[in-house]
Structures are given as structure tokens and as C-alpha cells.
Write a protein that binds this ligand. Structure first.
Ligand code: GTB
Length: 219
């Protein structure tokens, strides 16, 4: 039996590949590991059966027999460690690739998610307009450093790795904020990643879920 992950039955990203199951799907595709997907509704995610897999009642989760994991970073790392193609053999290079995963999740993603969530949760507050440019500047500062480090390189550290996969998915969360576009090398880095056959397969698979839900519900 292949591992099973969970994903939104009706994803609010409307098939744009922004929900976090996309990161896990892409990792599976890069290492050539078949996987199954169990779709869950928002209500099911908060039920005891799902909470036993994910303490915060979120997607994605990962199950392989009796073994279960939550947190995309941990799941992608697990897939990368058991497959080939997402982590270098050399121990130092491997540690650096993992450092880029942490950098994506810990240094870049929080400011992007904060900006995105503020747009949803605080838009009606009097201070929202004043806070927006402050939050945007935080993202700008991080992406300027990331752009400088990437320079003309194809990937962040040698060959494509789980670090690039994670970073690209985090950068995609900033789409539409008008910030990545300040750095043509970052835009090209994201586009280069999206052209990878494994990315395309993962993207098409999650899009198919959205399109099927659309047909079923007519929403
Ligand atoms: N740190 C955890 C991880 O990386 O696994 C975060 C997991 C997480 O945020 N999961 C979200 C979730 O389950 C889905 S991906 N949310 C439901 C809940 O918390 O009740 C986040 C997401 C949602 C929607 C969009 N979108 O519409 O574009 C993008 C990303």
C-alpha cells in the first residue's frame, strides 16, 4: 500500500496549488513514490479521528501503515530521506539543503502568511491600511536577501533539492502581492521549478480534485 496523505475536499485555493498538500504531492512526484490521497472536509478535520493524526486539525497528514506524520516540512523531509533526488548524498550538502527548508518555513514564510492572513482577518480594522506597508516591507527585506543569495544560480545550493521545493512553494504564497516581481531572478526560479515534470504532475493532480468538486457541487 502506498502512503496516504490528506487534502482539502474543497480547497479554498480553487486548484491554484497553494494548499500545503501541493508540497507533499510534489515531493512524492520528485522521488517517484506513488501515493494515495484521502480528501477531508473542514468539519472532518476537527473530528477526533483526524485530530489523532493532526493535533491542530489541519491538512496535510501522512500515513504509511501504522506510521503517521503531520507538518509539511517534516513530511517532505521524510519523503526526501526515503527516496532519491531531493537530498544530496554528501552529508554537508544534505545539511545545507535541510537548512534551506528551515529557512523557507521559518524565515520567509511567516511574513508572507502574516500579510495574507491580515488581508482576511483584519481588513475591516481602522489600522489595517497602516499595517499593510509594514508587513510588505518585512517580506521585501527577506526576498531581497534571498534574491541576492540566489543570484544567477539555477538552485539555492547545487542541484535541485527539498530546500528548493519548499522555498518555491513558500514564494508561491506571495503571488499577487507584487513583491516577487521586484526580483526577476526569483520569478525565473519559481517558473523554472514549475516547469519540472514532477511539479506539473502534482499540480494537475490537485487541480483535478478541485475540478471534480466543482462538477459535484456546482460551486
Ligand atoms: N504548519 C502546517 C504545515 O505546514 O503542515 C500548516 C498546515 C496548514 O496551514 N494547513 C491548512 C489547513 O488545514 C491548509 S494549507 N487549514 C484549515 C484549518 O486550519 O482549519 C494553508 C492554505 C489554505 C488556503 C490557501 N488558499 O486558499 O490559497 C493556501 C494555503
Amino acid at each position: 500500500m502506498p502512503p496516504t496523505i490528506t487534502a482539502f475536499a474543497e480547497s479554498p485555493d480553487r486548484g491554484r496549488g497553494l494548499a500545503r498538500d501541493m508540497r507533499v504531492r510534489w515531493a512524492f512526484e520528485e522521488v517517484g513514490q506513488p501515493y494515495d490521497v484521502r480528501l477531508v472536509s473542514f468539519a472532518e478535520m476537527k473530528q477526533p479521528a483526524h485530530l489523532a493524526l493532526h493535533p491542530f486539525g489541519q491538512i496535510p497528514t501522512y500515513q504509511d501503515g501504522e506510521f503517521a506524520l503531520f507538518e509539511t516540512g517534516a513530511i517532505v523531509l521524510h519523503i526526501a530521506e526515503r527516496g532519491r533526488g531531493l537530498l544530496p548524498e554528501d552529508a554537508d550538502a544534505r545539511a545545507r539543503a535541510i537548512a534551506w527548508m528551515f529557512a523557507a518555513l521559518n524565515t520567509i514564510e511567516p511574513s508572507i502568511v502574516e500579510y495574507e492572513q491580515a488581508g482576511q482577518a483584519e481588513a475591516d480594522r481602522s489600522w489595517h491600511a497602516a499595517r499593510l506597508p509594514i508587513m510588505a516591507d518585512r517580506i521585501r527585506a527577506r526576498l531581497a536577501r534571498l534574491s541576492a543569495r540566489l543570484g544567477d544560480s539555477e538552485w539555492l545550493d547545487g542541484a535541485f533539492s527539498a530546500g528548493d521545493l519548499t522555498m518555491v512553494m513558500v514564494l508561491r504564497r506571495a503571488e499577487g502581492m507584487g513583491i516577487i516581481e521586484d526580483h526577476p531572478n526569483l520569478s525565473a526560479y519559481v517558473a523554472r521549478s514549475q516547469a519540472r515534470p514532477a511539479y506539473r504532475r502534482a499540480f494537475d493532480a490537485q487541480l483535478a480534485v478541485f475540478e471534480a468538486a466543482l462538477r459535484d457541487t456546482g460551486k
